[in-house]
Design a binder for this molecule. Structure first.
Ligand code: NAP
Length: 491
């Protein structure tokens, strides 16, 4: 333990939260409840919402059941479907931010470009030249929000409309037109199901086939919603059921590649492919060559039906380049298109960056993360005192509801802040030793996970090592229950 024998007096803390998405709103609510009234959220966009503000592509829905993808303290009896559509989720966050009085604390249109720890406080600079000072910074900057724009020759020369799935241009008409989508991740699969029935021709450019878990998305009836509203216990019971099933069947299974649950998932996905894709040639094109859930598992009950419709085609020839009229593939074919959608994913290693963060002694986060981004328990970095991340590196992004994760992490951060507020220290951050031990252990454990069984995905760092939390949910819960203060440097 490196706890200094500090005699610092108890003090009020000014807290800046970066990002007004699900995690930033949560942080503001919980910090105020815990008696930290001086909180400001800086949000670079024009309104709150994070993922659900940015991603508005046709067919968008959350593939975590809605009643689980909800703050534990603010159940929503009105979810329309088992898996809620994106705009409904956006409205939920707007409603919650208003209800809990957080909206006035959000400064929209302000992008933080620099966070510098100097003389015991964080000096923040904004893109417009403004500045602020805070005792504590909470980076709630999200995981998947820096679009990965593919480096395809000729992309800029495309004559039709072209945009990334997270930057959907709603002014572009789609009905009756020829639309191409590059990518076969969760996003592209949802877009395919939504657009094939609307467009004249649909071409899906697949580099790697995906396993598809068939999951229906029924609407809740008026009676069910009324019952949820009358009796919140019903929602709680449902949450517990979904939570237990998700933990047993997925969250705890993905970290043990040879578990029976993983075999079950494989069998279900394989059965889906065999039963529901009728043309043997197409079936083989859609058959992945790696294990199910190695890439993020895709949940869809209608993708196979959509891609088999007469106006849809799956293109598996590699892309040679983009031309004014469409996509040229290696076999020489030109796929003529009016609209080209890049459903090519995100750069998952950015976190708060490109903001420049410099900690004690001027150490740059970019340098600390030169090999790979890492943080003790995903939330604290040595040398960066009073700086915490929600859904930071090495967290359980792949196998849990991110809302539950953020709630756990926030509870943990509140306990760390109590050390500062109570005057036991002025600065707190993870020790180098604890962070190195955590990093080594999670790299070792990641070898047993399904993500390490031989596929490429955004779960992997540049060395090919899965960057996600590689242990069970139970372990995460236990770790988050109370900080081990010996893992922190208190100054
Ligand atoms: P993604 O899973 O990273 O998929 C990107 C796709 O683009 C992959 O098929 C990839 O092919 C392809 N691609 C990338 N660069 C390419 C290139 N140069 N040429 C050809 N193809 C290229 O991204 P995403 O679909 O946006 O999903 C990201 C994550 O967001 C998901 O895994 C999920 O966690 C989350 N998400 C969730 C939901 C939900 O319902 N909750 C919905 C959407 C997304 P390769 O496979 O060959 O690399």
């Amino acid at each position: 333990m490196t706890q200094a024998q500090s005699t610092a007096a108890s003090r009020p803390l000014r807290i800046v939260i970066i990002g007004a998405g699900m995690a930033g709103i949560l942080a503001a609510i919980k910090l105020r409840e815990a008696g930290y009234p001086d909180c400001t959220i800086y949000e670079k966009a024009a309104r709150l919402g994070g993922t659900w503000r940015e991603n508005t592509y046709p067919g968008i829905a959350c593939d975590v059941p809605a009643h689980l993808y909800t703050y534990s303290f603010e159940p929503n009896p009105d979810w329309s479907h088992v898996f809620a559509p994106g705009d409904e989720i956006q409205r939920y966050f707007e409603r919650v931010a208003d209800k809990y009085g957080v909206s006035p604390a959000i400064r929209c249109g302000v992008e933080i470009t620099h966070c510098e720890f100097r003389d015991g406080r964080w000096r923040l600079r904004m893109k417009d030249g403004a500045s602020d000072v805070a005792d504590v910074v909470i980076a709630a900057t999200g995981v998947l929000h820096h679009p990965n724009i593919p480096d395809l020759p000729g992309l800029r020369g495309f004559g039709g409309a072209c945009f990334h799935s997270a930057q959907w241009d709603h002014s572009v008409p789609l009905d009756g037109r020829r639309v191409g989508v590059i990518g076969t991740g969760s996003t592209a699969i949802q877009i395919t199901s939504a657009l094939v029935p609307r467009v004249s021709r649909f071409e899906l450019f697949q580099r790697t086939a995906q396993w598809i878990m068939p999951i229906e998305n029924p609407a809740y009836t008026d009676e069910q919603r009324a019952a949820f509203a009358r009796d919140p216990q019903l929602i709680e019971k449902l949450r517990e059921e979904i939570h237990r099933a998700a933990i047993e069947k997925i969250a705890n299974a993905v970290v043990a590649a040879d578990s029976p649950e993983m075999r079950w998932i494989e069998d279900v996905c394989l059965g889906n492919l065999e039963r529901n894709v009728h043309d043997p040639v197409l079936r083989e094109k859609l058959r992945p060559t790696y294990r199910a859930a190695c890439k993020r598992l895709i949940f869809s009950s209608d993708f196979y039906a959509a891609i088999q419709r007469p106006n849809a085609s799956l293109v598996t020839e590699a892309i040679e380049g983009i031309e004014a009229k469409g996509v040229r593939t290696r076999d020489g074919s030109l796929h003529e298109l009016d609209v080209l959608v890049l459903a090519t994913g995100f750069r998952a290693d950015r976190f708060i960056r490109p903001a420049v963060v410099s900690g004690r002694g001027g150490i740059l986060l970019d340098d600390a993360w030169a090999d790979h981004p890492t943080a003790y328990l995903s939330l604290s970095v040595p040398g960066f005192p009073n700086f915490f991340m929600l859904n930071g590196p090495n967290g359980p992004v792949g196998n849990f509801s991110l809302i539950q994760i953020a709630e756990f992490q926030l509870g943990y951060i509140l306990q760390l802040l109590e050390q500062v507020r109570a005057g036991r220290c002025r600065e707190i951050s993870a020790t180098r030793e604890a962070t190195a031990a955590f990093d080594a252990a999670r790299i070792e454990a990641a070898r047993n996970s399904i993500w390490a069984t031989g596929c490429k995905s955004w779960y992997l760092d540049k060395h090919g090592v899965p960057a996600s939390w590689p242990w069970t949910y139970t372990r995460f819960e236990e770790e988050m229950a109370a900080p081990k203060l010996e893992a922190f440097e208190l100054v």
